[in-house]
Structures are given as structure tokens and as C-alpha cells.
Ligand binder design. Structure first.
Ligand code: ASP
Length: 578
């Protein structure tokens, strides 16, 4: 290599060594007799010194160098008089004896330092410059580390990495597909995989036994803040397993990742049923870094002539510890917060449990001290706490309470990014009813098996059937999900029938899988983890974008290469699109 060392490794142990470094000029400071330059590469920053007295020409030349020039520098390592504890090489500097400009650079459109003046759009347009910045670079290094640790674990467990195709077949289930026109089969289209689901199942039929892949998946959905049209999964499947085997294997994987990447022992993962998650946390991905469980008031509040509660399908409460002295203004603000159109509640009822033991509620007209005291018991409130109550339509109220719980958790500082609480959520319903399409949809996907105990209800009460499906949740984020699959043709057919497929349609769309089941399909199951999201959790960031080298923006565009873009008339003709 052109260099003897990187910009991140020299220390006092290297003093007096003659070295050659290569990198980018991050910043230079001209102090009359001396010029200092911060030279940056992937590994760090090293300070260069040019001395006007001893090498005036060299110093003059160095002063002409601009930001982001690419340099090869020769010099001697010296101890710094003014040490910088913030960087790894802060004890030393290089007294430069010669340098070569490997390439000049025009002025960058934003400052390439940890703190930048560049907005999102400009940084995405020049993402290669953004990646030179330590926070973005470190996010990518972290991602590589997570991928390597994943492979190490799965390889040790005898998983085999198999690639599955990217040009596949469009299917009606799930999200919207991205499609690719076929030139050789005009009028026909490939689809990009939303996940390698059917292929990994076929690999089980093929006897691969334990499969994994760190794989790109594509979903053409309207983008929410933290969604990317292409994203990466750690996709896994195993044969001859029960749900318990899968939970243990992947609990092991996540434990290994936390240990390797964060140096944290996360211990054994607690397990919660879907029903309990909904009841106590109002959603299926509970943030259990804090307790604040939702209490159902139902019978405690009915029949006291308070219409709002009497008419409500659901009355639920949470207890905010130590908040009894919230001001009127704070409570009004919370009330406005639950009334926002996103939550759409008509109001917020509260009860303060004073430090002196007195209880005062916003509905004192209807409820006396004894009733209020029972409310306090129901949500385990103690003197000094504040109880917040929502009432209304079941679905909407549960969702709003779940959001309010998270908001209060945030306000009370319970959602610490450096603390990690993982759990399994189990026993999801197999199906959910869609009002929009007036039919059942698979809650996970159509290949998920029903719990044997519930199988008999499939024909009579499909909504009550639980699935052999599980999610892994970390800090309120669903990081992975999977299921034990159906491996029997008849049951798979029955499932498609329930989902509204005619036998012909099911055969046309998924015949390849159902036929394969006739050739000796082993019982199997698996899971997929959202790799980008896992990385952002490890990195303590909210956005998965920071962990993707070249992400798309919220409109699904890559603003750097300007994609998607129009194609020529010739190309369209060739593809049979004109
Ligand atoms: N293929 C599923 C998904 O992408 C995961 C699984 O069931 O293994 O969500």
C-alpha cells in the first residue's frame, strides 16, 4: 500500500518512527510559524504539522491545500505538547517532511465533520461525502460487525447460507410487489421478493435442514418514516423443529449479537402471549423497559351516570409514577395530545393520588372516595401518582392508551436507548378480518400453521384460531418474526380457501409449493429479522436510514443517482411496454 500506517493507529509507542499516511484533508489551521492539518481516513484522524522555520516551501505548499484534498504524507511521529484526549491519536502528531497531492477536491457542499451543516437532502445527494463523516462511517462499520457476528453464530450452529433468486413471481398475498418486465417473455413480469419465504421452505423440502441468508427484500409500500422499499433481513429456516427449538436457537443468536456487538448479557428472554401484550400494553410489541401496565376499569366505573364511561366499549387506565402534582397546564396539554386526529380520543380523565393520601379526580361529581380508591388499587397507584384514563371504542382506545403509555414513558425518562429489553411475543391469531376486503387475511403469512389445539375451530370460528407464530421484540420494536409452517398439501389448500382463493387460483399461484409438499416435506419453521432495524437499535439511532449505505428518501427516491428514472422509447419497445 502507499501508506505504512492508517490515520487511526499511531501512538506514543511510535514516536520517532518514519511513517507514510494517506487520507483526506479534513481541516487545516494556519498559525503563522506552523500549519496544522487533520488528515482523515476510515480509521481516524491524525494531526500533521508543517514547520515554517525548518521547511518553509513545504509549509507554503501545505497552506494551499483545500478541504478534502487526497494526500500522501511522509514524516516523523512526535509527541504532542497539546494533547487531544478526544481522538485515539491525540497524543502524537506527524512532523511532515514531504507530501504528494494524490488528488485535488472541489469545495464540498457541506462540512465533512462529525457535526455537519448539511441538511438531509444534500447529504443524501452526496452520500459518498456523508459516509466520510465518522458517525455515518461508524454506523456502516457497526452493520458489518453485526453481519459478521450473525454469520459466525449461524455457521457454528450448522446453518448453511444459500442464495435465493431476486427475479421471482408476483403473488397477491402480502404487500405490493415491485415488478420487472421480461424482455424475452413480453407482457410478462418478474417480481422482486418481499422475502425468500417460499424458497426457504423449498430448501427444507430439499433437505438443507438449516438455512440462512442475509438478504435484500423489496416491498412497494407507501413509505413511512422508518421504511425503505428495499431492506435487509436475516432470513432463517430449520427442519424437524418445534416452536421451542426455534425460540431457543434465535434467542441464542440475539444473545450472541448483544454480547459481541455491545458487550451486554441480555439474559433469558421473557415470553408474553399476544393476548397479554394487547391487554397490558395495548399493542403486540410492548416496550418493557418500563412497567406502567394498562388496567381495565370496566366494572369499576359503570353505572354511576357518567355517560362517557357508561357508553364506552373500553375504559382503560395507566399510572404515572410520581406525577400527582402535574399542573393544570400539563394535563391540558396531555388532553390535547390524546385528542389529536392520529389518536382521536374525545378527552382524558385523570385522578391525582396526593402525597397526603387524598384522591382528586376530574370526574369527582360521579365517583366518591371509595370508588376512586378502588381505581388506585386497580392500577397499583400509590400516593404521589397520577392515574390517566381513556374511554371509547375498543380498538381506538387501546391504541391511544398504548401511545399515551409510550409518551408518558418518554416524558418520565423510562425509554433509555442504552438499556435493552427483549422478549418473545407468542400465540398470535392466525387470521385477521379485513373490513376493506371483507375477508380473512393471514396475520403473519399464509404458510403459517394453526396451533393444533385450535385446528378444529378453523372452519367454525376462524378468528379464534391461534397460530404457531412468534415475534421478537426489543424496546418496543418488532425486530423479528416467524412461524412453524404448514407442511401438508391439504392443510395448505384449506388455508388458501379460507383466505378466499379458488382452488384454481391457489394452484396457479402456489402450486409449486403445494406440489413440493407431496414429495416428503419435513416439518419446518423459521424466522426473519429486520437487519437494518437491528443495526439501528444496536447503534442507538431512531432511523434505519443511517445504517444503510445508500438509502432511499421518503418518496422512495435515490437522490444521488436520481432513481427511479424514465427509460428510452427503445428500451420500452424492447420490453414490450409500448
Ligand atoms: N418471511 C417472513 C417475513 O418476511 C418471516 C418468516 O416467517 O420467516 O416476515
Amino acid at each position: 500500500m502507499l501508506r505504512t500506517h492508517t490515520c487511526g493507529e499511531l501512538s506514543l509507542l511510535d514516536v520517532n518512527k518514519k511513517v507514510t499516511l494517506c487520507g483526506w484533508l479534513q481541516r487545516s489551521r494556519d498559525l503563522g510559524g506552523m500549519t496544522f492539518i487533520d488528515l482523515r481516513d476510515r480509521y481516524g484522524i491524525t494531526q500533521l504539522v508543517f514547520n515554517m522555520d525548518s521547511l518553509p516551501h513545504l509549509c507554503e505548499a501545505a497552506r494551499k491545500l483545500g478541504r478534502e484534498f487526497v494526500l500522501e504524507v511522509e514524516g516523523t511521529v512526535a509527541e504532542r505538547s497539546n494533547k487531544n484526549a478526544k481522538i485515539a491519536t491525540g497524543d502524537i502528531e506527524i512532523i511532515v517532511t514531504s507530501f504528494t497531492v494524490l488528488n485535488a477536491a472541489v469545495l464540498p457542499p457541506f462540512t465533512i465533520e462529525d457535526q455537519t451543516d448539511g441538511g438531509d437532502d444534500i447529504r443524501m445527494k452526496y452520500r459518498y461525502l456523508d459516509i466520510r463523516r465518522a458517525p455515518v462511517r461508524d454506523a456502516l462499520l457497526l452493520r458489518a460487525k453485526v453481519a459478521a457476528a450473525t454469520r459466525t453464530y449461524l455457521n457454528q450452529q450448522q446453518f448453511v447460507e444459500v442464495e435465493t433468486p431476486v427475479l421471482i413471481k408476483s403473488t397477491p398475498e402480502g404487500a405490493r410487489d415491485f415488478v420487472v418486465p421480461s424482455r424475452m417473455n413480453q407482457g410478462e413480469f418478474y417480481a422482486l421478493p418481499q422475502s425468500p419465504q417460499t424458497f426457504k421452505q423449498l430448501l427444507m423440502v430439499a433437505g438443507m435442514d438449516k438455512y440462512y441468508q442475509i438478504v435484500k427484500c423489496f416491498r412497494d409500500e407507501d413509505l413511512r418514516a422508518d421504511r425503505q422499499p428495499e431492506f435487509t433481513q436475516i432470513d432463517c429456516e430449520m427442519s424437524f423443529v418445534s416452536q421451542e427449538d426455534i425460540l431457543e436457537t434465535f434467542e441464542g443468536m440475539i444473545r450472541h449479537l448483544f454480547q459481541e456487538v455491545k458487550g451486554i448479557d441480555i439474559g433469558t428472554l421473557p415470553r408474553m402471549t399476544y393476548a397479554d401484550a394487547m391487554k397490558y400494553y395495548g399493542n403486540d410489541k410492548p416496550d418493557i423497559r418500563f412497567d406502567m401496565r394498562i388496567a381495565e376499569f370496566g366494572d369499576l366505573v359503570h353505572g354511576k351516570n357518567f355517560k362517557v364511561f357508561d357508553d364506552a366499549e373500553l375504559v382503560v387506565a395507566i399510572c404515572a409514577k410520581g406525577c400527582s402534582e402535574y399542573t393544570r397546564k400539563q394535563l391540558d396539554e396531555l388532553t390535547d395530545w390524546v385528542k389529536r386526529p392520529q389518536l382521536g380520543m374525545s378527552g382524558l380523565v385523570y385522578a391525582r393520588y396526593g402525597k397526603d393520601g387524598s384522591i382528586k379526580s376530574s370526574v369527582d361529581k360521579f365517583y366518591g372516595p371509595e370508588e376512586l380508591s378502588r381505581w388506585m388499587q386497580a392500577c397499583q397507584a400509590e400516593p404521589g401518582d397520577l392515574v390517566l384514563i381513556l374511554a371509547g371504542n375498543e380498538h381506538k382506545t387501546r391504541k391511544a392508551m398504548s401511545e399515551l403509555r409510550l409518551e408518558m414513558g418518554e416524558r418520565l425518562g423510562y425509554r433509555n436507548k442504552d438499556e435493552f429489553k427483549c422478549l418473545w411475543v407468542l400465540d398470535f391469531p392466525l387470521l385477521e378480518w379485513s373490513e376493506e376486503t371483507s375477508r380473512w387475511h393471514a396475520m403473519h403469512h399464509p404458510f403459517t400453521s394453526p396451533k393444533p389445539d385450535d385446528f378444529a375451530n378453523l372452519a367454525t370460528d376462524p378468528g379464534s384460531v391461534r397460530a404457531n407464530a412468534y415475534d421478537m421484540v426489543i424496546n418496543g420494536v418488532e425486530v423479528g418474526g416467524g412461524s412453524i409452517r404448514i407442511h401438508n398439501k391439504e392443510i395448505q389448500q384449506q388455508m388458501f380457501q379460507l383466505l378466499g382463493f379458488s382452488p384454481e387460483d391457489a394452484q396457479a399461484q402456489f402450486g409449486f409449493l403445494m406440489n413440493a409438499f407431496e414429495f416428503g416435506a419435513p416439518p419446518h419453521g423459521g424466522i426473519a429479522f429486520g437487519f437494518d432495524r437491528l443495526c439501528s437499535l444496536f447503534g442507538g439511532a431512531d432511523s434505519i436510514r443511517d445504517y444503510i449505505a445508500f438509502p432511499k428518501n421518503n418518496a422512495g427516491r435515490d437522490v444521488m443517482i436520481d432513481s427511479p428514472s424514465a427509460i428510452s422509447i427503445e428500451q420500452r419497445k424492447e420490453l414490450g411496454l409500448l
